[in-house]
Design a protein around this ligand. Sequence first.
Ligand code: DOR
Ligand code: ZN
Length: 344
Amino acid sequence: MTIRRPDDWHLHLREGAMLKAVLPYTAAQFGRAIIMPNLKPPVTTVEQAKRYAAAIRDALPEGSTFQPLMTCYLTDGADADEIARGHEEGVFTAVKLYPAHATTNSAHGVTDLGNVAGVLERMERIGMPLLIHGEVTDPEVDIFDREAVFIERVLSPLLARHPGLKVVFEHITTEEAADFVAADTSGRLGATITAHHLVINRSHIFAGGIRPHLYCLPIAKRERHRLALRRAAISGTGPFFLGTDSAPHAVTAKESACGCAGVFTAPTAMEVYAQVFAEDGALDQFEAFASLNGPRFYGLAPNEGTITLERAPVTVPEIVLAEDGEAVLPFQSGETLNWRLKTS
Ligand code: DOR
Ligand code: ZN
């Protein structure tokens, strides 16, 4: 199966040795990726984004044409002029909204959307997309309900207040989110779907014991939600596109009394997605989901090149080692998949 080279519309690359260890996997598959800004400290200025983009380019394998698309981490004190300037200069592709304390490195996130109303108005005017981690942070709300409650309490009112704002509902995990996005007819609402949320449901996290490498945020939900996500992805329809949310953490940080959230899918992301589409008899929709819908939403041209996947066994790497001695465990570590990315 040969398709236009895909893009990853949601990716965590980290910095330093980890960046160097994980980036080649993404660069081998994808033409571009939206790079999440939740570093310590977060990427909030044009200068920081330029420096981070340069570090990513430096870490690329020789000859790679992979393009990082940078994002700005939205804070309560965000400066609309700085964000608009970054967009105009082609440094910032989008802005990422983390509700404060929703997930990994989100302590600087937004505490009240009222604090950033001016920034959002400006983004609406200049056509700059807002990428949303869609979970409420109210500890009273059950962790499995936080995404569905977010739609009612935050997302719907936000879309009504800013009728021209382009929004990506990131890494959706529920039937409610899939239905909400599918019901929008304006074309200004999109959603990314990860590979792992198409494969696991919440029971997998506890299969035979607690499996910290399957813990991520938003957490995987019941089977009915996984099936709804699969229907949305294989529909091939406009608002749904590929975003891995590959989020590497050192094994020591995952296998801990308070393990970090994040599933590291980068090594075999395209193989996992291909297997899902093949299982559901929807390979004819794969290119739309992986390579066409995302660029269309962002107003970019699809990549010129192609990639080829063949129906052949491939083993997921057991472990990925960084130069500083840290190790990361890939999703489905050591397992065999039945689609293989051909390296040209
Ligand atoms: O599981 C997650 N990991 N969810 C996020 O929102 C952040 C990410 C990370 O940066 O590790
Ligand atoms: Zn993420």
